[in-house]
Design a protein around this ligand. Structure first.
Ligand code: NCD
Length: 470
């Protein structure tokens, strides 16, 4: 392996690489016995077990570091590595590992890098996988970090859609439930947009909309056009403008959406209320059941759910021909076999180092500043704010040259939208321009507001008046 590749976000993989994962997963599925359940058989108690094993991973070890509960992700990673002929070591109970003694993630992954050939990590903090990747000397795979992302679930989701619907482009996909707290949704929407699907958000309750930074990225970085029509939530959508010349022919956003939705909803993706990421108790929450699906637009919808379900998806649907969620979960094994094989170079034709790294990696300049002064990540659940882990992180951001510019946390990828730029030489601060190169960024300190800038000994510059006064 020539380069060390990590998968901390779905955007660490190019579209071509995702297709290669699917290619290989399909091969594993057919080698191991494809148990795809069709039609009414979905409801029968048919085993979803995949048969024989491959042996390309013999002698290799996968370490699972799980700091949060898991059934599917952990067991399917273990099963995948075992079916590849490799071995697994797992730490799934933080109370019985050195984490309970106060050991940091950074130290743990440095140690585990000498025990295993790849590490899967699940952690309650957003950005934990990125921190682990900074310190590990073997590939790190994000098995879910806080509310940030869950890229391997997205691979299973997309793979399910590609098999159920034979395509991803132009699919109409309803994403429903806890759009704010579900990390599966965040990886999923980026991938849907990249493959040209239309996204129709249906929050499970008020306040459960997509986070502002995810919404911003869909619109500004993933070629999505937001379209709203009337009051009905189903009629608001992100339309992926894969064919801009065609879209411009449409009379209005309403017409455009009407045309797109006319063929009905292809997919309903349901998520549970992420109670562990919300303060306060359970809210009124949507339920997807036969009543919900009786509208004719759902006639041909495949129903997906990353599972576990806790009431939001009626068990009476399990026998319904539209239910695809157990099939979706069964793909966890071949998909993870494929990803492990690619990361660890088990299969020369599918190795990840044959491609450019990542979807947009390296596109934005990095900004790093000492911790004593200036902005900090605004997401309170980011790993940088963890009392045990924070000292191992840098105060590092991607500089997004939008108008106005924003800073994206290197770890959790949430954005700071409002900041002031202090110039180290003149000690003046002002509203930042979008034209900052990596070199220029070295002469700048970003402040959260004017009070922070003044406290650091900076005074207003000529451009300070345009900036929001803190
Ligand atoms: C998801 C997760 O952990 O984010 N579970 C999974 O990996 N399939 C979804 C969830 O917990 O709601």
């Amino acid at each position: 392996m020539t380069t060390l590749r990590h998968v901390t976000s779905i955007n660490d993989l190019t579209n071509e690489e995702v297709e290669r994962v699917f290619d290989l997963a399909r091969r594993f599925l057919s080698e191991l016995g494809d148990t795809r359940l069709k039609g009414r058989a979905r409801g029968r108690r048919t085993s979803q077990r995949i048969g024989r094993s491959a042996h390309t991973g013999a002698g290799q070890i996968l370490a699972n570091l799980f700091y949060e509960p898991s059934t599917r992700t952990r067991l399917s990673f273990e099963s995948a590595m075992l079916r590849l002929g490799g071995g697994t070591i797992t730490s799934a109970d933080p109370a019985s590992s050195s984490a309970a003694k106060g050991e940091s993630l950074a130290d743990t992954v440095r140690v585990v890098s000498s025990y295993a050939d790849a590490i899967v990590i699940r952690h309650p903090r957003d950005g934990a996988a990125k921190l682990a990747a900074e310190y590990a000397s073997v590939p790190v795979i994000n098995g879910g970090d806080g509310a940030h992302e869950h890229p391997t679930q997205t691979l299973c989701d997309l793979f399910t859609l590609s098999r159920e619907k034979n395509k991803l482009k132009n699919l109409n996909v309803v994403i429903s439930g806890d759009l704010r707290g579900s990390r599966t949704i965040h990886s999923f929407v980026y991938a849907l947009a990249r493959f040209g699907a239309n996204i129709i958000p249906m929050p499970g309750a008020a306040g459960m909309e997509l986070p502002a930074h995810v919404d911003w990225r869909l619109k500004n970085e993933f070629n999505c056009r937001p379209v709203a029509k009337g009051e009905s939530a189903v009629d608001a959508a992100y339309v992926t403008a894969v064919e801009p010349h065609q879209l411009s022919l449409m009379a209005s956003p309403e017409t455009e959406l009407g045309v797109k939705l006319k063929k009905g909803i292809d997919v309903v993706y349901v998520t549970r209320f992420q109670k562990e990421r919300w303060a306060g108790g359970k809210q009124d929450y949507m339920k997807v059941d036969s009543n919900f699906l009786k509208d004719k637009k759902y006639k041909r919808s495949a129903v997906l759910h990353p599972l576990p379900r806790v009431g939001e998806l009626d068990i009476a649907l399990d026998k319904n021909r539209r239910a695809a969620y157990f099939q979706q979960a069964s793909y966890g094994v071949p998909i993870r076999m494929a990803l492990i094989s690619m990361l660890l170079d088990f299969d020369a034709d599918h190795a990840l180092d044959k491609f450019e790294s990542g979807f947009r990696a390296g596109e934005y300049p990095l900004y790093e500043q000492p911790r004593k002064t200036g902005v900090r990540c605004a997401n309170p659940n980011c790993i940088v704010h963890d009392p045990q882990e924070g000292i191992y992180t840098a105060n590092r951001f991607h500089f997004i040259p939008s108008n106005p510019p924003r800073l994206r946390c290197f770890y959790c990828e949430s954005d700071i939208e409002d900041m002031l730029a202090g110039h180290r030489r003149t000690r003046h601060y002002e509203a930042p321009g979008a034209d900052m190169t990596a070199k220029k960024l070295k002469d700048v300190v970003f402040f959260a507001d004017a009070a922070q800038a003044r406290a650091a000994g900076y005074s207003p510059g000529r451009g300070a008046k345009q900036a929001a006064v803190g």
